[in-house]
Design a protein around this ligand. Sequence first.
Ligand SMILES: [Mn+2]
Length: 319
Amino acid sequence: MVEIPLVLTCDRKYLPYTTVCAVSAVRKTKRRILLYVLTDESVTAKERKAFLETFAPFGNVKAEIIDVSGIAPFRDSAFPQFPKIVYYRFLIPQLLEGKNVEKCIYLDSDMTVLADIGELFDTPLHGKLLGVCRDPVMAEQIGKQKKLPDGRTWLEYVQSIVKKPENYFVSACLVLNLKEIRARGQELWKKAMHMDGTNFYCPDQDILNMVFEDEVTFLPTAWCCSPPETEGASVPEAKILHVKMWTTSLHPSDDIWFRDLKFTPYYYRVRAEYLALLFERSVNNVLRPPRHGAVKSVLLFVWYFLAALAARFSGRQKR
Ligand SMILES: [Mn+2]
């Protein structure tokens, strides 16, 4: 197959970030991408139009929005970082059924594609239902012997999900073998769809691990890299980054993400929100010394911030 079906999911809040993720894939991939975005009633008609128009200048993509409102029976998780959209990926086999698609890539919206996803798409799946990457974040948490709020270690938790904790995979980057899922994976898929993720720490991811543990083939971890936030911690071999770049201030790779953002209608909005976030964090850091009250701290901060801006724009201080 020459064309590469790529599926993303979002609601209104995630739409700008989903758009950046899609743009990053389109810009780095030579072959034509069939882009399917699964979304719900929260995204307005105007926003849908703007989304589709974003991809018009690119010659190698055909974008389509698939509305899942009404067919998505999912509930928000107990944890606010997991809204119900995390389950929309479970709808992919059903929604692509009539589209003659034998295989597709699914990516989380908080990803940035750095390499041609044709290579990911062509990786052999050896008859398994899913291509996945081992979860580097979970491995790190297990290594640090971090504990969960319920007192269990992460290792104990993962052992309650899968037989082999070292094979626990991340659900952010999946290659779905739709042909094989249709042929013999329907029951497993139905099982996953109807499981209640409310009490899992990583709802959709834990469910996929539980159900498909014996039905995955492992892809190189370069396709799902979660570099630490510390400065200088870029991952040179990374082909896809998995970082919420819009909340991760001064990440070494944020310039890559902002470059892709420029191709979307959200550039100024997201840039402004990012600056406000940096400002808030800086103010909070200023407020830390106990000798100053909040008002004095903010005034001092604003004073020095304006002075620094003036110095930069007058050319007296360039980095
Ligand atoms: Mn993610």
